[in-house]
Design a protein around this ligand. Structure first.
Ligand SMILES: *[C@@H]1O[C@H](CO)[C@@H](O)[C@H](O)[C@H]1NC(C)=O
Ligand SMILES: *[C@@H]1O[C@H](CO)[C@@H](O)[C@H](O)[C@H]1NC(C)=O
Ligand SMILES: *[C@@H]1O[C@H](CO)[C@@H](O)[C@H](O)[C@H]1NC(C)=O
Length: 408
């Protein structure tokens, strides 16, 4: 076919799909106030996973390449003994550096003998025995980002089958050492390979937000990174929250925007900053993937990560990503609807001195005459009969987080 004719066919096909999809718009009853119009993903990846954002742990933020099977087993132990598993954290995810540099003679990736001598299947059995799930890592390129192990480009079916046979439950799929072709070409191949692998495997795309994955990844993945890697500091964390915000309307049950993993407990931010990090990630339905050493976390870290009221906002079944709805200099209001006509609300002071932050009912989609009950999720206390606005004095880089329940 001549290329112009081919383009015409592509355009016509595209139009047909648009028209077909229009019929499947999820009645957007959650549209209110200044929240953006929902574009709840259509044609979701059909693996039944990610109905709420994934919760768990990943090795990268704290350990980088220095991982071995004993650490992973101890992390699974700590997940259960600390109470974090009971709070909802499920996935224990290996990141880069788990394999030998070369494939074996059958073309399979080989667990690194010096660090994973028992193999990945044995590790999966151990983690499953704790009631948890095991995640693994690969890359849509010739090597992973560490360049110490192979990527899966060209080996997608082979690797998906191997992961399934080992009992893997989750794949984070990175974007290094790619051959320059679009992620839109490379990621769907692995998505299909995972679907065909015979095991439900959560698919976490990590193409760093390069080609606006929110607009195409819901069909092929359960979450997609919207940003480059997070670092353990305030500027990195806040900028990722902001970059992720513009894609809010694309998230929903089955597919989530991913502003990268949590740094809570790694030491580079204050307790107030970490509490803000966790509150915002929960409100915006980000994956809650712990990135610290949970074998050695202190009480403040545990208190943040295990706050069940904050986690309940993240895991709310309505699955609507909260958004920045007001900005007054460094003072911000983030909010989003929850099931049962409730509203999740964060009053965030990003400035350098204590300030009063106010959410007016109009900012968050409430009728000016509505009376609410306001549950403070960090103080674990309730204020009754609040009308018109909610205001709080908030310290520098801290936030207040509430669930508002309209009464009449
Ligand atoms: C941490 O919590 C434990 C158990 O509640 C308590 O025994 C310990 O004293 C606390 N440590 C600090 C530093 O607060
Ligand atoms: C916050 O508001 C209260 C009550 O209006 C006021 O007394 C206080 O000075 C304000 N604090 C700041 C930091 O502006
Ligand atoms: C707000 O509530 C009042 C009193 O119940 C009602 O008359 C009005 O229509 C409501 N406005 C909106 C925008 O829902």
């Amino acid at each position: 076919m001549a290329s112009s004719a081919r383009s015409l066919v592509v355009v016509l096909l595209g139009l047909c799909m648009l028209i077909l999809n229009a019929g499947y718009g999820h009645g957007s009853k959650v549209e209110m106030g200044s929240y953006s119009k929902r574009k709840t993903p259509r044609n979701l990846l059909d693996n039944g996973l990610g109905r709420t954002p994934q919760m768990g742990w990943n090795s990268w933020n704290h350990f980088n390449c220095k991982i071995e099977e004993k650490l992973i087993r101890e992390t699974a132990d700590a997940m259960v003994s600390s109470g974090l598993a009971a709070a909802g954290y499920r996935y224990i995810n290996l990141d880069d550096c788990w394999a030998e540099p070369n494939r074996d003679s059958q073309g399979n990736m080989v667990p690194k003998a010096s660090t994973f001598p028992s193999g990945i299947k044995a590790l999966a059995d151990y983690v499953h025995g704790k009631g948890l799930k095991l995640g693994i890592y690969s890359d849509a390129g010739t090597q992973t980002c560490s360049k110490t192990m192979p990527g899966s480009l060209g080996y997608e079916e082979n690797d998906a089958k191997a992961f399934a046979s080992w009992g893997i439950d989750y794949l984070k799929y990175d974007n290094c050492e790619n051959t320059g072709t679009s992620p839109k070409e490379r990621y769907p191949i692995m998505s299909k390979a995972l679907l065909d692998s015979g095991r439900p495997i959560f698919f976490s795309l990590c193409e760093w937000g390069q080609e606006d994955p929110a607009t195409w990844a819901p069909k092929i993945g359960n979450s997609w990174r919207t940003t480059e890697d997070i670092s353990d500091n305030w500027d990195s964390m806040t900028s990722r929250a902001d970059q992720n915000d513009k894609w809010a309307s694309y998230a929903g049950p089955g597919g989530w925007n991913d502003p990268d993993m949590l740094e809570v407990g790694n030491g580079g931010m204050t307790t107030d900053e970490y509490r803000s990090h966790f509150s915002i990630w929960a409100l915006i339905k980000a994956p809650l993937l712990i990135g610290c050493d949970i074998r050695a976390m202190n009480n403040q870290t545990y208190e943040i990560l295990s706050n069940k009221e904050v986690i309940a906002v993240n895991q709310d079944k309505l699955g609507v990503q909260g958004e920045k709805v007001k900005k007054d200099g460094d003072l911000e209001v983030w909010a989003g609807p929850l099931s049962g006509n409730k509203i999740g609300l964060v009053l965030w002071n990003r400035g350098s001195s204590t300030a009063n932050v106010t959410a007016n009912w109009a900012d968050i989609g409430l009728n000016s005459s509505t009376v609410v009950e306001a549950r403070d999720l960090w103080e674990h206390s309730t204020k009754y009969s609040i009308k018109g606005e909610l205001s709080a004095t908030v310290e520098s880089h801290a936030c207040k987080m509430y669930v508002l329940t309209p009464k009449h």
